[in-house]
Design a protein around this ligand. Sequence first.
Ligand code: GLU
Length: 295
Amino acid sequence: MSAFATRFAPSPTGLLHLGHAFSALTAFEAARAAGGRFVLRIEDIDRTRVRPEFDAALLEDLEWLGLAWERPVRRQSEHMADYQAALDRLKARGLLYRCFRTRREVLDEIARAPHGPGDGGLGEDAKGAVFRGEPLPGDREAELLASGQPYAWRLSLDRAREALNGFDRLRFVEQGRGPLDETGVVAVDPMREGDVILARKDVGVAYHLAVVVDDALQGVSHVIRGEDLFHATHIQVLLQALLGLPTPTYGHHRLLLGPDGKRLAKRNGAPSLRDLRLDGATPETVRARLDLSTA
Ligand code: GLU
């Protein structure tokens, strides 16, 4: 077996639709073509949005589609100690700072001092904005801590840059098509993402950190995923450098669009794989509809 390993990493926050099927099959077929491994990882750290019935449904839908994966499946919620250990290492090196701001305060701050195209860790509605903060003065922080105010941990890009003597050497290989057709060797520019959150107030860890730890632990050599996550790669490669983890090769594929020209999503009426199945679709008709050769 080759050293090639890729993964599909859904979050069980809804039913899978054609966009997910496209992503899962693109990765699965790449593993098969390379004679490599295919890993399924359930990204379920967001306790506020994850539901067990979606977890069960996605396994069933992927099996129905004809995918097979290594067992046991890794569920992020069962491995919080791994993420905590990585956070502790970054904290010990002074690379993180506590952020007590509310979402509203972060958005207001971004509006006052926009830095670039990331989302400040705030998701879709804050796209186009980047948050760069700084640690609070010690006495103010002590006061907030004493009052039990919740806080997130953010990565300080300034300190990360110092720790690495600049970001110039950070690179990744893109074998897919980034949104700007940035194929080939891509220079990493974490500044465009801002001081991202690595541990959320509510769940104690955050997406970028968990993904980087897991990709390394699971021996993922190729991250194959939608081009909506291309920007995330810039932060993830930086985290790999800070944590001494290998950088996989990346392949970002095109996104399936709905009739409105926007990316397929539940909110613009994308039918779930379940709905399609009830309507008589078979795994073969789904594959034919996806036209995998154009990933
Ligand atoms: N869990 C993420 C999602 O559902 C995917 C993460 C990744 O592929 O890196 O969009």
